[in-house]
Design a protein around this ligand. Structure first.
Ligand code: MN
Length: 137
């Protein structure tokens, strides 16, 4: 029936590996994440600052975002706040990465609209768990 046709059309995008945008300014962290996540089969795009991240996310509509909080210029908190004001990105999974591990950081990051929070140095097993959970919806 007609509904069956619609359903199969809607399933086409999920045949591709999930697309992740990674906003990060630290080269060592970029290398680590690229090695690990490309080996997992994800499609990856990188932004090196907040302004690039906004442009890339609006253009590419990724399935999930890893967002470093400490970046030059527009920081990760400002990017998340901006994205959440856009109806297209209110439900986009965003995992915040932050070097700060002080009390209150987690709350601040989640209040800005991050879906999850991982402190640096990033434990890859924890990151993997968070990504899989969020992509599963
Ligand atoms: Mn940084």
């Amino acid at each position: 029936d007609g509904l069956g046709v619609v359903t199969s059309v809607l399933r086409i995008p999920s045949a591709q590996p999930p697309h992740l945008v990674i906003a990060e300014d630290n080269l060592n962290t970029i290398d680590t994440l690229q090695d690990y996540l490309s080996a997992q089969g994800y499609r990856l795009s990188f932004a090196r600052n907040g302004e690039e991240a906004i442009d890339l996310i609006r253009e590419q509509r990724p399935d999930l975002v890893l967002m470093d909080i400490q970046m030059p210029g527009m920081d990760g908190l400002a990017v998340i706040t901006t994205l959440r004001q856009d109806p297209n990105f209110q439900h986009l999974p965003i995992i915040a990465l932050t070097a700060l591990a002080m009390n209150g950081d987690r709350e601040q990051v989640l209040a800005a609209g991050a879906t999850d929070y991982i402190s640096k140095p990033v434990k890859l097993s924890q990151l993997d768990r968070s990504i899989r959970t969020l992509l599963a919806g």
